[in-house]
Design a binder for this molecule. Sequence first.
Ligand SMILES: O=C(O)c1cc(C(=O)O)c2c(n1)C(=O)C(=O)c1cc(C(=O)O)[nH]c1-2
Length: 268
Amino acid sequence: MKHAPPPADGQAPDRRTAAPRPPADEAQTPDAFEARLRAIGAARYHDRHPFHHRLHGGDCTPDEVRAWVINRFYYQSRIPMKDAAFMSRVESPALRREWRSRIENHDGGAPGEGGIARWLRLAEAVGLDPAYVASAHGVLPATRFAVDAYVRFVRDMPLLDAVASSLTEMFAPRIHEDRIAGLLRHYDFADDRALSYFRTRLKEAPADVAFGLAWVLDHARTRPEQDAAAAALTFKTDVLWSQLDALWAAYVEGRVPPGAWRPGEGMA
Ligand SMILES: O=C(O)c1cc(C(=O)O)c2c(n1)C(=O)C(=O)c1cc(C(=O)O)[nH]c1-2
């Protein structure tokens, strides 16, 4: 028997047995809308990607871990740039005041502090030259396309869509906990210094998520606004998923694109 595929944004299929959904032009209640956003994460967040299962389960080779560290650094490096692009468009001092800690968390207050510096400690722990990783030389073209698309999305789309796109972070604490436990269990390089990025995010992310979610629930009042926010979150899950697809094709299947990092390059 053929089954219809689930709807792309992760909503429950509209069956006669399910609770009736409001007509498509009627706003959802905040609770129903929040449940819709969470369903998008449950269906589409990158914790479901086979690369993460391989990484957290101890099945990655040292070079696969290095490739992930190099490519994921590009994402990290662009997060404060997208937050600066966001803030440049915000007219409310109150919203800017809430948002600026995101940039501070990644950049720190001095050289050697902040999330970017902590990610480079992970790079060092896996044997890479941090200067090579910071250069973003050797990043996969698909990583660059996906991450740059996220920065442009936040720069160009309505503020509601931009804030909603950050809400994948609702689902990040669990993946960070799984990662800390999995890396500590399976890989010799893993210790407190190497993994400090993830431990710190566990402390920082909840405040960002609480603020971002409350802001989206408060500002997405009409059905078209709710649909736009759900589409923005769906777009962001695609940004994350496609980076892991590219990593898998290049370093698990061995189809490294021209110009991308090759094992042996950029070592300390
Ligand atoms: O390790 C992860 O899986 C993961 C995912 C995400 C995310 O869901 O976008 C972020 C982070 N980590 C993260 O550490 C982080 O600082 C962060 C900021 C943002 C954002 O969109 O503003 N996402 C994420």
